[in-house]
Design a protein. Structure first.
Length: 316
């Protein structure tokens, strides 16, 4: 079965071309923040099946964990309910799943993925998950901006109709670094404003943003941009810091730092604003960091948890 290229793979190619309670105790009150500290294993170089991801999240004080739609789709309804019960036993919630549909490639690949989507959406619904998302490639070698925009709107609208029928909210993540959007002949969506245009063009009420502090920073955006959003506009959020000593427009997308590692990105302002607008979804680390990827699984999850706690503590 063929799935679309991951952003990790894409970024590598493009770069070469150019709590539960343990987290909240003593640090937060429910009134100060509603978002969850989320574990998405693949983003930190950890290979774990769904049960192992749940166990790691519980062991290291996370509050939510990414659902694996492909895996859940292989289970019976009863087995999905068992996974949901296991999640609750650990005091965890679901984060946001990833969209498996290849909406960037050929028509046939898109149709094949779209045909699988109802089964995966069924699985997520049965397990109690409500969020799913993807990222928007910020350039194209052949399609102009308008051509690419129309294709995205048409294909993603078809996905979102299916997701809406299953009670799922869909988020899109813009990719901000200039080193990526300028890497091919035709730049594409790479800012919050452009993503908002696509959301409006899709025209369904279950569509919103996946935010990322890294892309907010590399798109030269501000707190005022964040304040233009409501809780219901945001489906999921990634949290990262940037290497020091590199101008914004020279930052490379797959060379990031764990949250609050360098202080280059103003995570205090970013998270405080999300808390103030009442964002209640998952926040997960996505550092694409070579040193982190070399660690064994437990060490990588522990380092990520420590970095996330440090960042969350900035919320006052």
């Amino acid at each position: 079965m063929t799935f679309p290229v991951s952003r990790r793979q894409f970024c590598s190619v493009a770069a070469a071309a150019c709590l539960p309670a343990a987290v909240s105790a003593g640090l937060f009150t429910p009134a100060e923040r509603r978002f969850t500290m989320d574990l998405r294993c693949g983003s930190i170089g950890v290979q774990a099946d769904q049960q192992r991801a749940i166990a790691l999240a519980a062991e290291h004080g996370f509050e939510s964990v990414t659902p694996n739609a492909g895996f859940l789709a292989t289970l019976s309804t009863a087995e999905r309910k068992e996974i949901a019960a296991e999640l609750q036993e650990h005091g965890l919630k679901w984060g946001a799943a990833g969209l498996s549909v290849d909406f960037r490639g050929t028509d046939s690949a898109f149709r094949d993925g779209l045909a699988r989507l109802p089964k995966e959406a069924d699985a997520l619904r049965d397990a109690g998950a409500t969020r799913i998302g993807t990222w928007i490639r910020p350039n194209h070698s052949e399609l102009t901006y308008v051509q690419n925009f129309r294709q995205h709107a048409d294909r993603l609208r078809q996905c979102c109709v299916i997701l809406k029928d299953h009670g799922l909210r869909f988020g899109m993540e813009y990719v901000g670094p200039k080193t990526l959007w300028a890497a091919k002949q035709h730049p594409f969506i790479h800012t919050m404003a452009e993503t908002r245009d696509l959301i409006e063009e899709i025209g369904l009420d279950n569509v919103g943003f996946i935010l990322d502090s890294w892309h907010w920073y590399t798109a030269h955006e501000s707190v005022e941009d964040l304040k233009s959003l409501r809780n219901e506009d945001i489906v999921a959020c990634d949290l990262n810091d940037a290497p020091a000593g590199i101008p914004i427009d020279e930052q490379i997308d797959n060379r990031r730092e764990l949250p609050a590692a360098t202080g280059v990105i103003d995570l205090a302002a970013f998270l405080q604003t999300l808390a103030e607008i009442g964002y209640d979804g998952p926040i997960r680390a996505e550092p694409f960091n070579a040193a982190l990827n070399k660690m064994d699984d437990a060490a990588a999850v522990a380092a990520t948890a420590t970095a996330m706690r440090k960042a969350f503590a900035l919320v006052k």
